[in-house]
Design a protein. Structure first.
Lengths: 341, 341, 341
């Protein structure tokens, strides 16, 4: 519960209504109860808003004039951003940071844990690691030798950070994620693959969020780098010596091969695959399953793949694809013959 | 070892042979020994069955008449289903449930562990969690605050269940899987991505099985839902507020983007990608690597992608694909010119 | 620090220079300091080598004649392989193996831990497991009942090995990886999916390296097999009863469906999908995102997929692909009409 006036202040919205009104949570327009906050970001929901049972409605000032909502309102230019800010207020998990070290944790001698940092059960912190203030390390996490967690960083349960990794301030890393595993580097030899030991580390900037079961490899020589403000979803693979520029967003199941350099403010939809040793400039956007095999020098939106179809039709088209070069040659021949080329 | 008569009873088969015969295990037709059970589900294996050393053969009554097998037989209409049932009998791991709590487990005060539930080493159960009867929680698992495990549910080692997740009865979740991690929700702002705290949970029905290293995100507002009887393989990504209908089967490496609703009795082969905010009706089947970018309203089988080819041929066809629109225009022009369109 | 003479001996290179010179590490040509080793494997870097500040340069004897490098040199026929060997010398993590058992580890009674094996905090070793000499098991790992780790094998933190798994000598398995989870086997029944209990195990050969958050399922009947010298990257899915031949290399995010048999010395680039029950012969190479739906009997390189394009152009070509069969028929009709077929 939070007083509406206080909530307005925290999210930077203008209040039309009772500052003492108690808000219990956030919900959708159709499900919100009389003690909950809902929001609309687009005019097509104005009609639905007028029928909502929500106690509070957040919307843009321009839209407020057209709205016929009975309850309290919060006015903010970007209601979606307002919703994002309000969501933090109601996240009990995130706000619960008592500052304690579980007695079952194994903290290497010489490592200092700040008083306001919380360490869960069975956490292992190796020698030389540095843990910032106000961190929260969930049960079962491992922080390797000499690795660094910046102030305010949250590791959910069962995160693995190898040695020689630095994570910046106010990052969130979800369960099952591994940072600093060896890059996939091997030299061929007569006796089979000879491992190239991965001597670099991983540097993660500030305000980075990484989803569950993602894997980020350490560099072979020099570091893998995730810049400030990057957001990464679940089950993403980032190979050794990749560089991801600031504020780039990477959705689930993407894979980045080694030494590729990605610019700032890019977005990758799910299951995109990016080949190694290429460079992608700032402000590039890739649709789901895109196959990125060359450097991209022009900002813009890119896609690849072929559309899903009923299986019989798709099978026929697939066979035709495998003959596409022959078909094109035939067409060119025909065109020549009848004087069209 | 189990007596053949008892085995027949447990799997619902009719016995032709010695009820006291001791069965040691299950094996393939070609490898089964004289103390093992083998099965055939299709007539083309009748010849092989006649030469098998298996002690017991399970098959359909209709096929039994044509079989010339020397040993004992078990008759059942669906021998593949019979095999599935028999497999449980011989799964020593699954049947081993002594009911004990490892002294190294951290169980929050107030959480009751039923006498027939087994808790492994280093398990952490947070405050307010509810653990059902006959559960088995493997070493290193984490069960978050207020989360619920239904009766008879099995978590293998190192599973992570966040707070606010409910798992139904008789589920199996494999190692490394994460349930309840934050959905990938962020609002753009001038200061970069603003996290949208994920205030919903995850509801998993009864008899759900989830493979290894899968990640299922909690809802932004409201829950992510996995219905009764769903089966999910390894390394699958299920985003926030996805709904999966009853008995749907999802193979390895699939990804589902946010708020998509999948019907009942669907099947997804490996590496299928499903975009967000769409609806897939019941009884839809997707072949491997399918790219599902639109709602599917007709039950049926769907595919996408192009066939693998030797690299030179494929490269030529790929180039032609990138000119396909031009080619099509040229063909239409030719067709017009010679009076075919 | 290592004396250059000693380093030369360990990697099998011929030294031109001071055997007592102390080498501090490895770096790239452009970044190496006067105490570091750099290498060149191709003549196009000869110019850059002449300007490098590196203290030591490793290169092939044939190239050494053309090089104008001021420092010490190491001559070796395959400098990339030399680099791989040298990298091990400087891997402090790998070389740190003191031999101790953390008091928080749970070792089942009867399991013997060799004196030179290291067991980290919160490791759980179940009954009947066998741990080889000189192994290192990182914090939070689980080794299931009856499973075997060969001599010199390294499990990084939070690896999960189920029961009935054998891992050969000198393997490396990275964090979050799961070996021995149940294969995705279910029989349809009127009551929904009936689980087929997975009664086989997993056999991993010697000198296998497996990346982070990979999942390798146990066999349904009989074992899943990973042969000697195989290397597997992060987030790879290997289903039940798959067989991978010696020295095959599998990059990140690949998926292999059940019972497929892969030959020796194959390579799979990222995100390749391989269907079940097929056979791939030795020396096959698959480009990124290849969709392998049939057995491959000819060694060679294979690819699939269509190239990424700016979104407008791609959308047009995609629509044309869905009409490709019709287009081909029209072309054939035209060809007939004008006497070209």
């Amino acid at each position: 519960m939070i007083a509406l006036g206080e909530l307005a202040k925290q999210i930077g919205a203008q209040l039309n209504g009772d500052a003492e009104f108690q808000v219990a949570g956030i919900n959708t327009l159709s499900k919100a109860s009389s003690s909950e906050l809902a929001f609309i970001a687009r005019p097509e929901f104005l009609e639905q808003a007028s029928q909502s049972s929500a106690g509070v409605l957040m919307l843009a000032p321009a839209m407020a004039e057209q709205a016929s909502f009975r309850g309290h309102t919060l006015l903010i230019d970007d209601p979606y951003l307002g919703y994002a800010r309000a969501s933090q207020v109601f996240d009990a998990f995130f706000n619960h940071r008592p500052g304690s070290v579980d007695p079952s944790a194994s903290i290497a001698s010489g490592v200092e844990i700040p008083a306001d940092t919380t360490i869960g059960a069975n956490v292992v912190v190796a020698e030389g690691a540095v843990v910032g203030q106000g961190c929260k390390i969930g049960p079962g996490c491992y922080l390797g030798a000499g690795s660094v967690l910046g102030d305010g960083t949250l590791l959910h349960a069962n995160v693995t950070i190898y040695h020689g990794v630095s994570v910046g301030e106010n990052c969130v890393i979800h369960s099952g994620t591994v940072v600093g595993s060896d890059g996939f580097g091997f030299a061929p030899s007569e006796a089979g693959w000879q491992k190239i030991h991965q001597l670099g580390g991983v540097r993660i900037g500030a305000r980075v969020e990484i989803g569950a079961n993602t894997a980020i490899d350490r560099g072979a020589i020099g570091d893998t780098v995730i810049s400030d403000g990057v957001i990464i979803d679940n089950l993403v693979h980032i190979a050794h010596n990749v560089f991801i520029g600031v504020n780039t967003a990477i959705a689930g199941c993407c894979g980045f091969a080694g030494s590729t350099k990605v610019g700032a403010n890019c977005t990758f939809a799910g299951q995109v695959g990016v080949t190694g040793h290429i460079e992608i400039t700032d402000n590039c956007h890739f649709l789901g399953k895109a196959m990125v095999t060359n450097s991209v020098t022009e900002p813009g939106t890119y896609g690849s793949g072929v559309p899903m179809q009923p299986v019989k039709k798709w099978r026929r088209n697939m066979v035709r694809f495998s003959q596409l070069d022959d078909l094109s040659r035939l067409v060119n021949k025909l065109a020549k013959k009848i004087g069209e080329k």
